[in-house]
Design a protein around this ligand. Sequence first.
Ligand SMILES: [Zn+2]
Ligand SMILES: [Zn+2]
Length: 230
Amino acid sequence: MDAGFFMDLIFPAECLACGAKLARGTVCEKCRIGIAPHRTAFCGACGAPLPGFRNICHPRTPYVMGASGDYWNETLRVLIHALKFGGIKGAAAPLADILAHYFARLPIDHRGFAVVPVPISKERMRERGFNQSALIAERFARFFGMAYDKDLLVRIAHRGPQSDIEDRDERRRNIRGCYAVRPRAESRGAGKMILIDDVTTSGATFAEAATALRSAGARKIFALAVAKAV
Ligand SMILES: [Zn+2]
Ligand SMILES: [Zn+2]
């Protein structure tokens, strides 16, 4: 009997989204089914769905965006808030699984990617104690057996949260120059990278982080968010 099972017997778990009693796991079946997963990737510049991966609207965008669901889905939103603002690290597992199942269904070659989380600033790290995107990214990488490169990207500037800014251009300015790449030979060789964040709103964070990854030699970039708010 493992320790987790023993703990479950003493403290029956509750669904993180609706509070229903659970025999095991973190999210109940009803909530899980209620998350309507997306079926396509999206244009990194404007968020338009890209059926067949052909970017017709903004063909020069240096990455393809993916999002497993919609931020307006209540279950997803509750899970993301629990992780990010409630400090409930256990919420990272169902979120990573949702993202992995979404990505697994995209009709692409899934091999050879290195997984990189969008980093948070030192100040935010002190405040929250962990990087929510790193928790999601690590489990996602394990799901596919991909290399996980936790420290490739670093956040070198601390600014106010993107979610506090309405204007798209202002968001872009707020995030500019925030990310840098640690020079590391093994990652440069990979060329194919998956950038992971919990939520994408205007895409400004992804655009900035992808630019930094390209300078590290990434030629093919997927920027994946669990939820998309555009
Ligand atoms: Zn539930
Ligand atoms: Zn577009």
